[in-house]
Design a protein around this ligand. Structure first.
Ligand code: NAP
Length: 529
């Protein structure tokens, strides 16, 4: 499949702008030949008008047809074949095996949404039938369900070219719910974005979706993204990336005449707290597991464990020695972009230079490839950690800071300083957990996913996964960006009062023609009324 390099405005390709950019192979520091046309403001307007018009039609497409569309997307993505994986490998430097797994995850995500909307109960239909003879006043017939909101703007992340990008965790639920999607393609993987967009457009045409149900625009700067967020036809934003980027878009969205929600997942340091008995009983395995988690995917995960808290104990020395050995064994890996690599070393070096921080291990294995990161861990006392908020923040890459506390009280005080996190892990024996309820409560209050005796890397796609957390890990802790409940970001409830049964949506009709679960007069049931 040829890469178009053009903006996808619904079913049309457009390249009005003379300004183009090229994609880049981070492992070799070279450019690829294809040129990608940055969208003009006129192209942004055309895209949003089309998306707005498409919403009128797409929001009324039956769920079974929308599900067919999602499944067609999975088929078209797979039909692109190895070319898609190879392009992703070139543009991101991520290993092919990892990318194969990520593509499978993306297919799985889309399939789960197809199944969810085919079943249909996700709309949370509820019916309260009328009581005309109620005194002192009659009660109306009220029925409620979730409905789509309108065009959703999606900013994919650099570190997941499939699962959090063009056909990823925002696109799947937004389309499933009945909203058109407009993508701002990530400038770090425009070629893989182009191939994925072609697959989505083919799927949309094959399943008879309205023109404008999907669009994708390019930019190697911020103008197009900003224009999309500010456009009056945009109704919500899905974003995965940096705190700086997420908050810039959040502010723009709040300053609009009609403010809209920005669901930004902005990563975190994912603290791990290891209590002494657990450390003593698992010293070697812990060192190995932690080193593996810190360096997985060159540390370029929002769930990377950036802070590890321990209390001084006899086992600590042995743990530090094993941890150091494990880190020194880790081979260098290509980072996603030259900018991310530069930022990694800058932030790491600045952090290691802070008062009281000392380097524990810095793997320095030679490599011929470009933009390599070497794994590294440092350590600091609990006292110095508490005194210096600068070292509480994320260093995106294979780095983690060990915070060594004098006592349980110091550890609790250090952990209490942390801001909102996607995850927190407690590594403790059962009796230790019972002994420290304040620690359990403190960690619970700052995280979206609370892990017992495990590392945070690895995000299962299932209904019970919550991938989001208190600010700044995400802009709205009530919502997940992974799993079926992520669809709730792109819908709103609507009540119908005293409507004739024949005019109601199928989900709310007396006969319950879709056979979905509903809350009827406070009872969850599939029965007819
Ligand atoms: P990013 O810089 O936040 O960019 C994400 C997307 O948002 C890109 O499409 C980018 O445009 C756009 N964008 C960023 N700032 C913007 C602004 N002010 N106005 C309009 N659009 C804006 O994230 P990234 O490129 O993926 O990685 C950079 C850093 O983000 C990493 O070093 C890391 O700290 C963090 N990160 C976090 C996660 C996470 O899981 N939360 C994932 C990846 C990265 P361009 O394409 O033109 O740059």
């Amino acid at each position: 499949m040829d890469i178009s390099g053009k903006n996808f405005i619904g079913y049309s390709l457009s390249s009005e702008n003379k300004h183009t950019f090229k994609s880049y192979v981070p492992a070799q520091n070279i450019e690829l030949p294809e040129e990608f046309h940055t969208a003009t403001q006129e192209e942004v307007s055309r895209t949003m008008k089309l998306a707005k018009d498409a919403f009128n039609e797409y929001s009324r497409v039956p769920a079974s047809k929308r599900a067919d569309f999602l499944i067609a997307i999975t088929e078209e993505i797979l039909a692109v074949g190895d070319e898609l994986l190879e392009r992703a490998h070139l543009e991101t430097g991520l290993p092919l095996a990892r990318l194969q797994g990520e593509r499978a995850r993306t297919i799985n995500q889309l399939t789960q949404f197809a199944e969810l909307i085919r079943e249909g109960s996700w709309v949370e239909a509820s019916v309260d039938t009328a009581i005309p003879d109620r005194l002192p006043a009659p009660k109306s017939d009220l029925r409620k369900m979730l409905i789509p909101i309108g065009p959703v703007i999606v900013f994919g992340s650099s570190n997941f070219p499939f699962a959090y990008s063009v056909a990823g965790v925002d696109t799947g639920p937004a389309l499933a719910a009945g909203n058109p999607v407009v993508i701002k393609a990530h400038a770090a993987h425009p070629g893989v974005s182009d191939l994925t967009a072609q697959a989505i457009v083919k799927a949309a045409q094959r399943t008879g979706m309205p023109d404008g149900v999907f669009s994708m625009l390019y930019d190697d700067g911020y103008e197009v993204g900003a224009a999309l967020v500010k456009h009056p036809a945009s109704k919500a934003v899905g974003f995965t990336g940096s705190i700086k980027g997420g908050m810039a878009l959040y502010k723009m969205a709040q300053e609009r005449d009609e403010p809209i929600s920005v669901f930004a997942e902005m990563g975190s340091v994912n603290p791990i707290v290891i209590l002494p008995e657990y450390l003593e009983n698992n010293t070697q395995e812990l060192a190995k597991t932690l080193a593996g988690s810190v360096t997985l995917g060159a540390g370029q995960f929002c769930t990377n464990p950036g802070l590890v808290f321990v209390i001084k104990s006899e086992s600590l020395h042995a743990f530090e020695a094993s941890y150091k050995n494990e880190i020194l064994k880790v081979a260098p890996a290509t980072m996603l972009t030259a900018g991310i690599k530069k930022n990694f070393y800058k932030l790491r070096d600045e952090l290691v230079a802070e008062t009281g921080v000392s380097e524990l291990a810095f793997s320095n294995i030679a490599s011929d490839a470009e933009n390599q990161s070497q794994a590294s861990v440092a350590s600091v006392s609990g006292k110095d950690f508490i005194a210096n908020p600068k070292i509480h923040e994320e260093v995106f890459g294979p780095f983690s800071l060990l915070v060594v506390c004098e006592s349980y009280e110091e550890l609790l005080s250090a952990v209490s300083q942390l801001r909102g996190q996607l995850t927190a892990s407690l590594m403790a024996e059962a009796q230790e957990t019972l002994k420290y309820p304040a620690l359990v409560q403190t960690l619970s209050q700052i995280c979206g996913r609370f892990i017992m005796n495990g590392v945070p890397t690895g995000v299962e796609v299932c209904p019970s996964m919550h991938h989001g957390g208190p600010f700044p890990s995400s802009t709205d802790a009530r919502f997940t960006s992974v799993g079926r409940h992520s669809i709730l970001r792109f819908v709103r409830p609507q009540s119908y009062q005293d409507w004739d049964d024949s005019l109601l949506p199928d989900e709310l009709k007396n006969a319950n023609p879709l056979g979905i679960f509903r809350l009827v007069n406070n009872e969850t049931t599939k029965r007819k009324i």
